[in-house]
Design a protein around this ligand. Structure first.
Ligand code: ADP
Length: 358
């Protein structure tokens, strides 16, 4: 730094310590007064003594005021924003480092702190809304089968039990609603385990078409009831090996094929296709030619309990958690799931998996 640069540099620096600030102010105060005295009594040593006395007194006073009234308050603010009780390290910081900070830097620190808090509060508010919605949905989902069970049991107890025309029918309806409750609890259990990140993935190499055939078989009776034909698309039969948690992927495929059956049309089809996208990824698609999902619902379809047509979906549907479980499982594999659909044309769910690991 050259000589003519340093005063400019010093003045432009925001980083005055309380001592420097006091010294500068004291100097700004004492020099004009001393000059004034020298003009009135042109005795240089007297002016110098006045300069020294005024400088020292004002320096002491300003420095004391700054320390006591301003920096102590700032320290208090720091203590407040960085939690109330200061640790040894923080005490050291307040005593030795903070006083070096300019007011501007302190302001920046406080602003940064305020922004962090704002972001934290926003996340908390979002979680709160999410929690409220979840509880509302959950109680709604529980209420429907519980009230149905209550109704059937009350009717049976009030005499219908002795009526052979209805007793079996009411009991099987009760049993169906109990199954629904059990499914809901199972799905909730599954989703809470997935969300807590407790579940580990047991990944292995397996042929995805073989797993899909097993899933088709397990859902064959259900498909037959609606005369839906399930098959693998022509040209996609060549075995593709993926590296994933087989049982979890089975669950994804069951949910998707089951939805295809539930929301598919009578006498319709479910077609699966498999593509090698690049050396590392396999794309799996399950398509149906059923009712389809309208544009407005598509982006929310993976949310918990989200249903497109409430009355109809609840009648044929399950817990409303199926797709949300699928999304969790696929994302736990570091992959993605998506949907394309057109009303009355059909729906295609697709997800990716890592291809075989050597
Ligand atoms: P649900 O247990 O109700 O089937 P899901 O999470 O599996 O719950 O699906 C959520 C909603 O998405 C369903 O209620 C239904 O409205 C819609 N849906 C899912 N799959 C299909 C499909 N293949 N065709 C049309 N709508 C579908």
């Amino acid at each position: 730094m050259t000589n003519d640069q340093w005063p400019v540099h010093m003045l432009s620096q925001k980083n005055f310590s309380p001592q420097q600030l006091s010294a500068l102010t004291a100097l700004a105060l004492s020099v004009p007064i001393a000059v004034g005295i020298f003009i009135s009594y042109p005795v240089w040593w007297l002016a110098l003594i006045w300069l020294a006395v005024i400088f020292l007194c004002s320096f002491a006073l300003i420095s004391y005021t700054l320390q006591t009234f301003i920096y102590r308050k700032i320290k208090l603010i720091y203590k407040l924003i960085y939690q109330t009780k200061a640790s040894k390290r923080e005490e050291f910081y307040y005593k030795n480092i903070l006083p070096q900070k300019s007011i501007d830097e302190v302001r920046e620190d406080v602003e940064k702190w305020a922004e962090q808090r704002k972001a934290e509060i926003e996340v908390l508010q979002q979680n709160e809304t999410y929690r409220k919605e979840f509880l509302q949905n959950l109680s709604h989902e529980l209420k429907t089968p519980i009230f149905a069970i209550q109704g059937y049991v009350d009717t049976l107890l009030n005499g219908a039990l002795e009526n052979p025309d209805v007793n079996r029918k009411f009991l099987s309806s009760t049993s169906r609603n109990i199954d629904r409750l059990v499914n809901l609890v199972d799905d909730l259990d599954e989703i809470s385990r997935l969300e807590s990140g407790e579940q580990l993935l047991y990944q292995q190499n397996f042929v995805i078409q073989d797993l899909l055939k097993e899933v088709y078989e397990s859902l064959a009776i259900k498909a037959e009831q609606k005369e839906i034909r399930c098959f693998i698309k022509k040209g996609c039969e060549q075995p593709l090996t993926v590296y994933a948690d087989k049982e979890k992927i089975r669950q994804v495929l069951i949910n998707l094929v089951d939805n295809g059956i539930k929301y598919g049309k009578q006498d319709g089809t479910i077609e699966s296709s498999f593509y090698k996208i690049d050396g590392k990824t396999i794309l799996i698609e399950i398509s149906d030619d059923g009712s389809g999902i309208s544009e407005e619902h598509l982006h929310r379809i993976f949310e918990r309990f989200y249903r497109t047509d409430l009355a109809r979906s609840r009648k044929v549907g399950g817990s409303g958690l199926g797709l949300s479980i699928c999304k969790h499982i696929v994302e736990a594999h570091g992959q993605t799931i998506h949907v394309r659909s057109k009303i009355d044309v059909g729906t295609t769910f697709g997800f990716t998996l890592q291809s075989k690991k050597d």
